[in-house]
Design a protein around this ligand. Structure first.
Ligand code: HEM
Length: 413
């Protein structure tokens, strides 16, 4: 058993095209070998068990500050070896998801009011209007790429409406996000890091001008809260900018994958689609199940600040741990028939939004967007079927989403 575990080519497999197309059989095989693994080659730990992930991700000793990763980008050797990479990660660093403890609470606190349940519920009419506008443009349907015409534009526009960013910026923001999101792949190439740095500089330059403009009349909402925190010295200028960059990336790409991956899952399980059509009170549970079954992110990271025991391993201080969410969400010790899509599944304690102090702040918004998107689609088109091969994006290791989703939409029933 140990010899097999020692021989696993973790990073080769995680980046492999057939794994990226369908990771679940391999994840299951790894999880059956053990809930926690150590990859000697990269000195990174992998957590595949549900119980183990819950313990690890919630522990205060397990933070998200990657500058504490020994031998990581911030080590003196790495800095000397790769100054551009050091610059990229140093610039990305000052934001809530990359800091621990009191700094994390300070930054997250700035946004908490804007994401309270009542504030999110008030966004429903705007989200519904965006969904309806995009579907209206499809007329009576026919063959379309659902990613291009619905799943991709809707979450970006929703978020930009919340931040008052004009529609003419959609394409730039989409491109900047696409370049930057690949930094989350952990094992990235120099070219990817260079592209991310260029995108980050353009993104920051745009948002600097945008914030200067908004300062004249901050209004209410997320940007007003951000500017007030900046003026009060709660956030320094770099933190102000990076938290906003990150919100724009975290808040749109992930929701695109919720809609796209969820719709593909439904189309591949016509019985579940029929069940949802017949009982639309299931939509909130169905959205949870899409999140569990096809999570849009493959890995959730932590860096140990102290030695920390989990499963049959002790994670040494300074080590990186990656929760492999596709395995965690299908752990048979925590889910009945985990490989089955069940739109009525309850309870459903998936970890697609992470856990503990860093649990996704936008989870409520994403859930609401998902529910509105699926309801609007099913309401408008009594017939939705696959019209060709849906292709997974194979250029990203962490973000799991579709390049296209060809569907045939019909209004005739
Ligand atoms: C389906 C959609 C989404 C998914 C799957 C998702 C997933 C995640 C995950 C896995 C984390 C890290 C959790 C951890 O480390 O334990 C996270 C954090 C975060 N997400 Fe989301 N997210 C989604 C939507 C959103 C939206 C709509 C927003 C904002 C508009 C958002 C903003 C954030 C922010 C700011 C953080 C950092 C929280 C912190 O550090 O305390 N996300 N998200």
């Amino acid at each position: 058993m140990n010899a097999i575990v020692d021989e696993i080519n973790w990073w080769g497999t995680l980046q492999d095209k057939s794994f990226l197309t369908d990771p679940y059989p391999q994840l299951k095989a790894w999880r059956e070998l053990g809930a926690v693994h150590h990859d000697r080659a990269s000195d990174i730990y992998f957590v595949l068990g549900h119980k183990e992930f819950a313990k690890m991700a919630r522990a205060p000793q397990m933070g998200r500050d990657t500058s504490k990763w020994r031998d990581g980008w911030a080590s003196p050797e790495a800095r000397a070896r790769n100054p551009e990479s050091y610059q990229l990660f140093s610039e990305i660093q000052p934001q809530m998801i990359n800091v621990n403890g009191a700094d994390h609470a300070r930054m997250r606190g700035v946004f908490e009011n804007a994401f309270r349940p009542a504030a999110i519920a008030a966004m429903a009419p705007m989200i519904k209007a965006e969904a309806d506008r995009l579907l209206e443009a499809l007329g009576d349907g026919g063959e379309v790429d659902l990613i291009k015409c619905f799943a991709a534009p809707m979450p970006l526009r929703v978020l930009c409406n919340l931040l008052d960013i004009p529609a003419e910026m959609d394409e730039s923001i989409r491109n900047w996000s696409a370049s930057m999101i690949r930094v989350l792949d952990i094992m990235t190439t120099q070219e990817t890091r260079h592209e991310a740095l260029v995108a980050l500089h353009e993104f920051k330059a745009y948002l600097t001008g945008f914030l200067a403009e908004r300062r004249k009349d901050p209004g209410e909402g997320i940007i007003a809260a951000l500017l007030a925190a900046s003026d009060a010295g709660i956030l320094n200028p770099e933190e102000t900018l990076m938290n906003l960059v990150s919100m724009l990336i975290a808040g749109h790409e992930t929701t695109v994958t919720l809609i796209g991956n969820g719709m593909l899952s439904l189309l591949r399980h016509p019985d579940q689609l029929a069940r949802l059509r017949a009982d639309r009170s299931l939509t909130p549970l169905a959205v949870e199940e899409f999140l569990r079954y096809e999570p849009g992110g493959n890995m959730i990271l932590r860096v140990a600040t102290e030695d920390f025991p989990v499963g049959d391993k002790v994670i040494p201080a300074g080590c990186m741990v990656l929760g492999l969410i596709g395995a965690v969400n299908r752990d048979p010790l925590s889910f009945v028939d985990p490989d089955q899509l069940d739109v009525g599944r309850s309870p459903n304690h998936h970890f697609t939004f992470g856990a503990g102090a860093y649990t996704c702040i936008g989870a409520g918004l994403a859930r609401l967007e998902g529910q509105i998107a699926f309801d609007a689609l099913l309401d408008r088109f009594p017939s939705i079927e696959l019209a060709g091969e849906a292709r997974w994006r194979l250029d990203r290791v962490n973000a799991r989403g579709l390049e296209n989703l060809p569907v045939r939409l019909g209004r005739g029933g």
